[in-house]
Design a protein around this ligand. Structure first.
Ligand code: MN
Length: 204
């Protein structure tokens, strides 16, 4: 993130997408990714930059703002954080299965990887309105699936996010129209379990 520069409202600089816009096709189209990253995500960052001027949040790291702000500042900070995390969870060449300590924890806490996917798909699909479905862990390593409305982030409950699905309509409507379940199902093939497993190992 950029250093503080309230004069030009560029406190936070949007992160580049970590792969080409068309790299997740066919599950996510180039058109969706251009709107999702360049318009929606960048829009949250730009709005956050304008909202925090002359507030106690003006010189705080993004994660601290997510943890402590409310209202519009929280909404835009969390949406910025959530999108960066979401885009970094997906990969053009993902490790498609969890392994190591994360695999063991999934089998312990959900019975099997398949059962975990089924539960999370159901919660993502069933969430009323806009929001996010999260796989999260507590500091001890116990996993949970959390459905959050709007900009909701499980860090607010003291949990460590591991992966997520964005189920705002802007995430899928171009490619899947109203078929949210189909969009979520397709995205499983783009989740990089190497990244998710590293997050699990680093939980704090
Ligand atoms: Mn989104």
């Amino acid at each position: 993130m950029a250093t503080t520069d309230t004069a030009t409202l560029t406190r936070f600089t949007p992160k580049e997408l970590p792969y080409a816009y068309d790299a997740l096709e066919p599950q996510v189209s180039e058109e969706t990714m251009r709107y999702h990253h360049d318009k929606h995500y960048v829009g949250y960052v730009d709005k956050l930059n304008t909202l925090i001027v002359d507030t106690p949040f003006a010189d705080q790291p993004l994660e601290d703002i997510v943890l402590s702000a409310d209202g519009a500042i929280y909404n835009n900070a969390a949406q910025a954080w959530n999108h960066e995390f979401f885009f970094e969870t997906l990969s053009p060449a993902p490790q498609t299965n969890p392994d190591g300590a994360l695999r063991s924890a999934i089998e312990r806490d959900f019975g099997s990887f398949g059962a975990m996917k089924e539960k999370m798909t159901g919660m993502a699909t069933g969430l009323f309105g806009s929001g996010w479905a999260w796989l999260a862990t507590d500091k001890a390593g116990k996993l949970s699936i959390v459905a959050e409305s709007n900009a909701g982030n499980p860090m607010r409950q003291g949990l460590v996010p591991l992966m997520c699905f964005d189920v705002w309509e802007h995430a899928y409507y171009i490619d899947y129209r109203n078929r949210r379940a189909e969009a979520v199902q397709a995205l499983w093939d783009r989740i990089d379990w190497k990244t998710v497993g590293e997050r699990y190992e680093r939980r704090r």
